[in-house]
Design a protein around this ligand. Structure first.
Ligand code: FES
Length: 669
């Protein structure tokens, strides 16, 4: 009798095994990626395979469903409890080899499956579990052969799963005796890095979940993920409760400096908010927060320190020394988070005092270090975090853009929320504007607009709206390249109104009146010049005059229209179809680190290699800043943008003051 040949697709692994070997066993011996939680007992359904039917001449195999043993009672019991398997599928632990066969392992039965990401990205997320579930049957205690429950569990894990010297923290040990007896001597254990028990349940427990958390200064977002499939089961966000101690991160550092014990208050506030998020996202899918086996965190440096309970005072001033910059992991229990008994929290590494673990998340998600072309990745906020480079070399810096992009310091500015104007177009002939507000898909000049916004009203203008308004004003000739609202245009449009010694452009009549004032343009110019100067500094350091690709990350970045951002001169020239937004790339980075163990070592290694540039001490920063005050820029070329728009930009003086403005003020004075 010859041993049947089995060929596994898609891995291409093959081997001969004695008749009667289960498909799961053969897969294990060949190192084929076939999942199992129950260890071949026919109860978890993770080992499903398809048996090839037909001739496979290239493989020299004729395969048929009856080349494995018949559908058996265990499979019958499984489908009676769990519902039918998909057409042509078998449980790999029950189907045993009888003759040569081709076995297809579908993606949902692979441990290392790919999670397809919706956004265009360089790669999908590959699953490489940090924590895996293992069902085991443990010997009952015996008076004649005394041994502890944990020793017998260790033995069972070694015999049934080949896992040696497994350890357990006290938190998990406390649940052991109850779980074993409750589960009639069978338990499922969650094992981290094949070493340590981080969760334990009586009987079979099939779903392991983890939480990816993005702590922003304004909001905290959490994504509950299935650790085996990578699926996001629920997402939720809350306002960061630290806002009551200060709107921006620096005022929170001041709070800590001026109030003894203030750091503890801030730490408690953020941890409590995360604990509440953990409870609410798990509740949404019928689980408990103590089902969460692992958590990953991205955050800017100050949020990072406050979450870990580290004093952020040093980050409030030069030289901005971090307490720790490497990745850090600790038990959830140490952070008072109500996760599984032994769960860990893994915090991604920080890059520099101003460039945090959130940027590390963006880098992991966008993968500029994997590409040959030079990418620019910008996370726009009150502080822009900028990464430039490719697989050879990566540079990073941050630049203080100020609050204007989030609606701060803007006369009618507000955060992006329902009712805020987020899109603006200006007719270059009539100089009439039209706009869209968050919460409605209609433009303001479309029928039904007033009705569509009746609930939210039109309450102000958010950062993306201001950017579009100013870019459109430039295209319509309402502002000069120096950013001066041109009073001479008042002869052509009543929307240009005097505003003290300067002018403003009225976007909306009514209550509230919404206009772009000279000061608004200035605030945006200062912010965009800071960002652009940071980008140019990195380009100089890298030695490139142009970039091949631009990604705008962050909540704000994903709302900006890339063309308008470029017209404003927020980012350098680039082919427009190579400019895109990455949405919440930091949060995606946290998700990747949650699902893939190697991604953690990868980002730790990449971050160590990133060259940090400190804008504050770079002499050329100021010159770049002044040139970037003009819209789009005093001298830098924008050939791709000009070609796309069919225009040639006039150049401003870029003296940071608005030369035309001084002239006008002199004339008026
Ligand atoms: S391994 Fe669990 S059902 Fe086959």
């Amino acid at each position: 009798m010859t041993n049947p040949l089995v060929f596994f697709a898609p891995s291409g692994k093959r081997g001969r095994f004695p008749e009667g070997t289960s498909v799961l066993e053969a897969a294990r011996k060949l190192g084929v990626d076939l999942d199992s939680v129950c260890g071949g007992r026919g109860i978890c359904g993770r080992c499903q395979v398809e048996v090839g039917d037909g001739k496979f001449p290239k493989l020299g195999i004729v395969s048929a469903p009856d080349h494995v043993t018949e559908w058996n009672a265990v499979e019958e019991r499984y489908v009676s409890k769990r519902g039918p398997l998909a057409e042509g599928r078998r449980l790999g632990c029950q189907a045993k080899l009888c003759s040569d066969v081709v076995i297809d392992v579908p993606p949902d039965s692979q441990v290392h499956r790919q999670v397809v990401r919706k956004s265009a990205a360089i790669r999908d997320i590959a699953i490489e579990p940090v924590v895996a579930l293992h069902y085991v049957e443990v010997r009952e205690p015996d008076m004649h052969e005394p041994s502890s429950d944990f020793r017998r569990l260790q033995e069972a894990l070694e015999q049934q799963w080949g896992l040696k010297d497994i350890t357990a923290p006290l938190e998990s040990l406390r649940l052991l005796q109850w779980s074993l007896r409750q589960g009639l001597w069978s338990v499922t254990v969650a094992i981290r890095h094949k070493r340590e028990i981080v969760g334990i349940w009586p009987g079979l427990h099939e779903q392991g979940v983890g939480l990816a958390v993005d702590i922003g200064s304004t909001t905290i977002a959490a994504h509950l993920c299935d650790l085996a499939s990578g699926e996001v089961l629920a997402s939720s966000g809350v306002m960061n409760p630290q806002i009551r101690f200060g709107e921006d991160v620096m005022s929170r550092v001041s709070y800590v400096m001026m109030n003894p014990g203030g750091d503890v208050e801030l730490t408690t506030a953020v941890r409590e908010a995360i604990a509440e998020l953990a409870v609410s996202v798990t509740k949404e899918v019928g689980l408990n927060s103590n089902d969460i086996l692992e958590m990953t965190v991205v955050a800017n440096p100050i949020m990072h320190h406050l979450f870990l309970g580290l004093d952020p005072t040093e980050l409030g001033g030069a030289p901005f020394a971090l307490t720790i910059d490497g990745a850090y992991q600790t038990r959830a229990a140490h952070l008072n988070l109500p996760l599984s008994s032994g769960a860990y929290v893994y915090v991604l590494p920080c890059i520099a005092g101003h460039v945090g673990a959130d940027t590390a998340g963006v880098v992991l998600s966008e993968g500029p270090y994997l590409r040959p072309e030079v990418s620019l990745v910008v996370d726009v906020g009150t502080n822009a975090e900028i990464v430039l480079g490719n697989r050879e070399r990566l540079l990073a810096c941050s630049s203080p853009t100020g609050p204007a992009f989030e609606g701060g310091q803007i006369s009618s500015g507000q955060r992006a929320a329902p009712g805020a104007i987020e899109r603006v177009r200006i007719d270059p002939v009539t100089l009439e504007p039209r706009y869209k507000v968050i919460g409605s898909d209609l433009w303001s000049d479309e029928p039904g607009f007033d009705k569509a916004v009746i609930r939210t009203g039109v309450t102000g203008i958010c950062g993306s709206g201001v950017i579009e308004a100013i870019a459109e004003m430039l295209l319509a000739g309402l502002i000069t390249p120096d950013g001066v609202v041109d009073g001479a245009m008042a002869t052509r449009s009543p929307r240009i109104e005097e505003d003290g010694r300067t002018f403003k452009y009225l976007i909306r009549e009514g209550e509230p009146r919404i206009a772009i004032t000279q000061n608004d343009v200035r605030a945006i110019q200062l912010g965009k010049a800071a960002l652009y100067a940071g980008v140019r500094l990195l380009m100089d350091r890298y030695g490139v005059a142009a970039v091949d690709r631009i990604t705008l990350a962050g909540a704000f970045g994903s709302h900006i229209d890339v063309k308008h951002a470029m017209i404003l001169g927020l980012v350098p020239d680039c082919e427009l179809d190579k400019v895109g937004s990455a949405g919440n790339a930091a949060g995606t980075g946290a998700r990747i680190a949650l699902l893939n163990a190697s991604a953690r070592t990868e980002i730790e290694d990449v971050v160590r290699r990133i060259e940090k540039v400190e804008t504050a001490i770079e002499p050329s920063f100021q010159a770049h800043f002044v040139g970037a005050m003009a819209i789009p820029h005093k001298s830098d070329p924008f050939p791709h943008l000009e070609a796309a728009l069919g225009v040639t930009f006039k150049r401003g003086s870029g003296d940071g003051e608005g030369g035309g403005g001084r002239e006008r003020r002199r004339r008026r004075g």
